[in-house]
Design a protein around this ligand. Sequence first.
Ligand code: NAD
Length: 306
Amino acid sequence: MKVLVATEKPFAAAAVKGIKDIVEAAGHEFALLEKYTSEDELKAAAADADAMIVRSDKVTAGVLEAASRLKIVVRAGAGYDNLDLPACTARKVVAMNTPGQNSNAVAELAIAMMIFMSRGQFTPATGTEIMGRRLGIQAFGNVGRLVGAKAEALGMSVMAIDPFIPAEKIREAGAEPASDLKELYSSCDFVSVHIPATPETIGSIGYELITSMPKGATLVNTARKEVIDEAGLEKALEDRPDLKYVTDVAPSNIESLKEKFGTRVFATSKKMGAQTAEANINAGLAAARQIVDYFATGCTRFQLNR
Ligand code: NAD
């Protein structure tokens, strides 16, 4: 079987070597496409692939049509909004992600972002400390739980909400369950967002929730830019000069936000939450192992399109 690694933003070299070793040790062929600049390039490389490993690369219906031999595609990472799942199902392609493999990298970035904003983006102005502040975690999945544990170790008190996790599980993990989003936002100095981008969550964090945050609060988004209602955010920052926003990947109105709000807003120039050597290696190797297992035993443990 031919296993193609197709990454517009390449994995770390050690991850590529590890994937190649796993694929070849199982008797499969390894192919690599990095830094491609058009969907056509991706389609051409995918044309004879039986399996594909991608990162944030868009696997559209068109790509799937071109990849006529494809049996499995694995998104090396957690969020899978870049995979067209109905199109995968229609073409009988198994789609998987690698949950948990890059969570620590993202959690460390969320904590770093809180400190960065509290200390005026590392300018000499007098800042504030995060110890003793209250952190609200929106979605208590792999990343959210790790952010909670790290924040607690730094002396923050942690509140969390997740519609799919019972309150007692949140309590067992050391966080106080919030009764609803309004309680989370209105009582926390920082809210860290970890919801997936789905039709229900896209644009779901807007003016009302953001302006319900207490004085001096900071919204931290290492999830997806799409979950924020950008016009609502801009208006909230206008009406509440004490609020701050920090995000991994710029919203489409970033230029306007920077011009109006200066150091109250910060956005990474390219999504970097999972961009550590460790996360690359963990997610890349997990993807390779999942493909090898699927071909060897039919294992579909992390299948997304059942
Ligand atoms: P996860 O699947 O482990 O956790 C997601 C949590 O969201 C789950 O606990 C689930 O119950 C909850 N959830 C699902 N639907 C929801 C809804 N409609 N409303 C509220 N909560 C909902 O995922 P994770 O590894 O914790 O990652 C969370 C998100 O972070 C991913 O979906 C991805 O978009 C983003 N992410 C970003 C980076 C980055 O580089 N910045 C890297 C990894 C993940």
